[in-house]
Design a protein around this ligand. Structure first.
Ligand code: 9MR
Ligand code: 9MR
Length: 628
């Protein structure tokens, strides 16, 4: 009998900052040698970053506009649509003006009417046929004018680098260097066993879980907190490595190649995104229980503080004891999936590391098969998030697909083909995939990585991804803001869901080469960068009115002026109609779902950063940055 499938579970200044950061990156790129104290990179990056921080912390963000555009801009060959808030029941004339105020294009809106998610009445402007380029364009409708935006082919190059470099700045166990991150964002290493830190070099288990200590240094801090969670880390690292593997298939691996990111390993001959991902993969493998111990091969679910720390708490000042929490089947399978993918993708660059990944993946798989229902409980949320999951059939499927794609071996193939997630029609839930729902990742892996499935089965798997993309396009076309979420889909981390759905659309474009899927993927970026109910760019430093007070224990400028705001390229969690923190409850009563967001550091349920939200943003930005 098939297992039951889970159904739904549950300022102008900023633009200048973007240009400066991109300029700093280009400068670094021109200097492949490691940035020494007096290299051009060391001189230029801190200066740029200091200026950018000043711009980001400018007190008054621009006011919301009624003509909502992607505040970063549009690609010349991409879709160019905007949403106008207007109660008018008849069409309205619009004008696109260039930086000199000359009319570059004009037309009339399409009346869309009531939009349940935003609670607004909307019109659509479509100026896609316009292919001119420049900066300082504005769109005017009914006497109201949008924020200024660019139209240019290299629009997403800066965001690709910044959204990817977010991960360096979240690294645990290594100093964050001023030469790479800028002086404002530099900090000492956290959690290397140096007092007052009590981790992560010899971390004991929580009571009753084990009687030994493990070195679980490294990896990325999850979010605004300093916990490290295997399910979320596995998903985020898989997305970064998947981004590289996709770019390579598309002939664009160079965009993520060596010396493209601000990471310490630049110049080592290995693509920087793989250097970054390895930092996390090494941590994930440290979380695997060693041979000879009970449940050997499984992965501890998470490591974090015994009690919640307050804000701000710089990583190197965290004095709470750290604890390992009981191994789970879900964490073990996320490790298996990410490590199996690692074995395949790193093989051309570092065969020994790839072999270590494969060994870890095989042991994780075997351990999960032997312990198939060890579930992480929702109640385990003191001092860290629960990341609970009551259904791991989807994790088994995802891990099996990655192990099969890498090895081609029959037992993994059989695990793929016998999984109900291989044949079910509703593996892509309306909100898409998440750390809890990983079945779609298995479909994406099989649809894109060459493997030995029979042609008819492969065609069916590919069609299922395209059909999921079609469902997203249908959802988008029913929304005032072209967002791939149903109006009840504004959950904690909704921007991550939007971006994940954008990646599904981009995969469908790779599979079909049909432009409507590329357009859909690009329009998900429009939503994240300002074409939304609040006229808010949720990505720090990218747009005119951008999120800058995300919940974070180090980037806590709102609470302590000596600390920085988040670095450019950090995405906020986004609108969450659940109002699951006191600040949201106080400031957002009665909000329409898509408007339940506040750029306040206290609102962790709408305004935190997290690795699993920045990963699909970086993935999408890399996709959008590719030319030709
Ligand atoms: O800061 C924490 C954030 O990273 C988590 O996402 C969130 C939910 O797990 O919890 C935050 O911590 C808060 C805790 O849950 C309750 N006390 C206040 C904490 C923030 O100051
Ligand atoms: O992203 C997670 C979201 O899906 C959950 O609803 C929420 C509450 O359990 O937790 C979110 O994850 C947080 C984690 O628990 C702790 N670190 C910060 C994460 C982002 O807010």
């Amino acid at each position: 009998m098939p297992l039951p499938l889970p159904l739904l579970r549950r300022p102008r200044g900023a633009r200048a900052a973007t240009a400066l950061l991109t300029g700093a990156l280009l400068l670094i790129t021109a200097q492949p040698a490691p940035a020494g104290a007096d290299s051009p990179a060391a001189r230029s990056a801190p200066a740029s970053a200091a200026r950018s921080t000043a711009a980001l912390s400018a007190p008054a963000a621009a006011a919301p506009s009624a003509v909502q555009v992607n505040q970063l801009g549009y690609l010349p060959d991409g879709p160019k649509r905007a949403t106008v808030v207007s109660a008018s029941t008849t069409t309205l004339p619009w004008q696109l003006r260039d930086a000199d105020g000359q009319t570059a294009a004009s037309g009339t809106t399409t009346v869309r009417g009531a939009d349940a998610a935003s609670g607004q009445s909307t019109h659509l402007v479509d100026f896609s046929p316009y292919q001119g380029t420049g900066s300082g364009y504005t769109l005017t409708v009914d006497g109201r004018t949008s924020h200024p935006f660019d139209i240019r082919a290299d629009l997403y190059a800066g965001l690709r680098a910044d959204a990817m470099s977010f991960f360096y700045q979240q690294r645990s166990g290594i100093p964050i260097e001023a030469a790479l991150a800028g002086a404002a964002h530099a900090r000492p290493a956290g959690h290397l066993g140096v007092a007052p830190n009590r981790g992560d070099t010899a971390v004991p288990c929580a009571s009753g879980v084990c009687d030994y200590e493990r070195d679980v240094r490294g990896g990325w801090y999850d979010a605004g907190d300093q916990g490290k969670y295997v399910v979320n880390g596995g998903l985020a690292v898989w997305q970064l490595v998947n981004s590289f593997e996709r770019a390579k298939r598309a002939g664009h691996a160079d965009g993520l190649g060596d010396s493209t990111l601000r990471v310490p390993e630049r110049g080592n001959g290995i693509p920087d995104v793989l250097d970054e991902a390895r930092w996390e993969l090494e941590f994930l493998m440290r979380m695997q229980i060693p041979e000879g111990k009970s449940r050997a091969g499984m992965a501890f679910h998470k490591v974090h503080d015994a009690a919640w720390t307050g804000l701000p708490t710089r990583p190197e000042q965290d004095a709470e004891p750290r604890e390992l929490h009981a191994a789970s089947t879900a964490a073990t399978l996320n490790l298996a999936a990410a490590a199996a993918q690692c074995a395949r993708v790193y093989a051309p660059y570092d065969a020994a590391f790839a072999a270590r990944c494969l060994d870890s993946a095989r042991r994780a798989w075997a351990a999960a098969r032997a312990n198939p229902d060890v579930l992480a409980p929702a109640s385990d949320s003191t001092g860290g998030g629960a990341y609970d999951d009551g259904q791991v059939g989807d994790e088994f499927y995802w891990a099996a697909t990655e192990l099969y794609a890498t090895t081609g071996e029959a037992p993994y193939r059989d695990a793929v083909t016998s999984s109900p997630y291989h044949t079910a029609s509703d593996v892509f839930t309306p909100r898409g995939f998440s750390w809890q729902d990983t079945g779609p990742l298995g479909r994406i892996a099989l649809a894109t990585v060459p493997n030995g499935l029979p042609a008819a089965d492969l065609a069916r798997v590919r069609a299922s991804v395209v059909s999921a993309a079609d469902a997203r396009l249908t959802t988008m076309s029913g929304q005032g803001y072209a967002v791939p979420l149903p109006s009840d889909g504004y959950v904690w981390g909704s921007n991550g869901q939007v971006a994940n759905n954008g990646t599904v659309l981009a995969v469908a474009y790779e599979l079909t080469e049909e432009q409507r899927y590329r357009a859909g993927a690009l329009e998900t970026l429009d939503y994240l960068l300002g074409r939304n109910a609040l006229g808010q760019s949720y990505v720090t430093g990218y747009g005119e009115r951008t999120s800058q007070n995300q919940h974070h224990r180090f980037w806590a400028h709102q609470y302590d002026a000596s600390l920085p705001n988040p670095p450019a390229g950090s995405i906020a969690g986004g609108a969450n109609s659940g109002l699951q923190d006191p600040v949201a409850q106080e400031k957002l009563p009665g909000c329409a779902p898509a408007a339940c967001y506040v750029d306040d550091i206290g609102s962790y349920s709408t305004n935190e950063v997290a690795i699993n939200w920045n990963a699909p943003l970086a993935w999408l930005a890399a996709f959008a940055a590719e030319r030709g």
